[in-house]
Design a binder for this molecule. Structure first.
Ligand code: PPS
Length: 285
């Protein structure tokens, strides 16, 4: 299991809990319902923070639910074996998480009215976060050095493929009413306004004290201490003891790791790949 990824349609996936047959079935047959809420990201963009926030919005800030049920059961990953089975059984409105690129996403979504939130993060920070995370994972090809992972990242040979392709693919949905784009950076810099934006999108109204409780219980510190959200339950089978989901939780950490040459290579690549998209999508600039 250690040291391997699973390849499907030219994209590396984790080798545990994924299979080509399932990925095809999810795409062709998973039925998205109009009342579902979908949380979509490229890995390491702040997915779990978004899930926690949405769960807390629905529980009106009451932390009982997020402190008693693992985060991957509250909002299962549709592309995993465990998540797919769980979602098929769930009644009523569901929260569904996914890292799938648009071309592999369940086709039924595109004919539904289900709401999707797509969270973007500065790819430089996605890269650093991914390097430290995948290094301790037992179900992917692990990077041996930051330099090696940099090469993989710019080539798009990391788990779930090219960050640039993922963003470009999903940004084609940006004018749809049921599609909300947020960024990790705006969540960091103005968490309250971002939570209000999510509430408005999902048609949820919170009292001021409920909103305060959402903010308190979805904070980096609260999530780091919450065993239902910090992935500590996955240590052993999925991760080494030193693995941690909640590493630093800041914007701009890449500046502590990139060499000048890497920063220039990355800028150039970004320019080449993303110049034709509206630049206000990329709030870290
Ligand atoms: S995963 O494995 O792809 O689902 O990881 P994901 O949840 O997308 O991203 C993990 C990074 O998100 C940070 N994080 C947070 N930042 C701020 N506040 C809160 N509450 C929070 N929760 C998670 C987490 O620390 C990872 O970023 P890094 O830079 O590694 O710290």
């Amino acid at each position: 299991m250690t040291g391997k990824s699973l390849w499907f349609e030219g994209i590396p996936f984790p080798s545990l809990d994924y299979s080509p047959e399932l990925l095809r079935e999810v795409q062709e047959s998973f039925l998205v319902k109009d009342e579902d809420v979908l949380l979509l990201t490229f890995p390491k963009s702040g997915t779990n923070w978004l899930i926690e926030t949405v769960c807390l919005i629905y529980s009106k800030g009451d932390p009982k639910w997020v402190q008693s049920e693992p985060i991957w059961d509250r909002s299962p990953w549709v592309e995993t074996k465990v998540g797919y089975e769980l979602l098929k059984e769930k009644e009523g409105p569901r929260f569904i998480s996914s890292h799938l690129p648009i071309q592999l996403f369940p086709k039924s979504f595109f004919k539904s009215k289900a709401k999707m939130i797509y969270l973007i993060r500065n790819p430089r920070d996605v890269f650093v976060s991914g390097y430290f995370f995948w290094r301790s994972a037992k179900f992917v090809k692990r990077p041996q050095s930051l330099e090696q992972y940099f090469d993989w990242f710019v080539e798009g040979n990391v788990i779930f493929g090219s960050w640039f392709d993922h963003i470009r693919g999903w940004m084609s949905m940006r004018d749809k009413e049921n599609f909300l784009i947020l960024s990790y950076e705006e969540m960091k810099w103005d968490t309250r306004s971002t939570v209000e934006k999510i509430c408005q999108f999902l048609g949820k109204k919170l009292e001021p004290e409920e909103l305060n409780s959402v903010l308190k219980n979805s904070s980096f510190q609260a999530m780091k201490e919450n065993n239902m959200s910090n992935y500590s339950l996955l240590k052993g089978q999925y991760f080494e003891e030193n693995g941690q989901l909640l590493r630093k939780g800041v914007a701009g950490d890449w500046k502590n790791y990139f060499t000048v040459a890497q920063a220039e290579t990355f800028d150039q690549l970004f320019q080449e790949k993303m110049a034709d998209l509206p630049q206000d999508l990329f709030l870290w600039k």
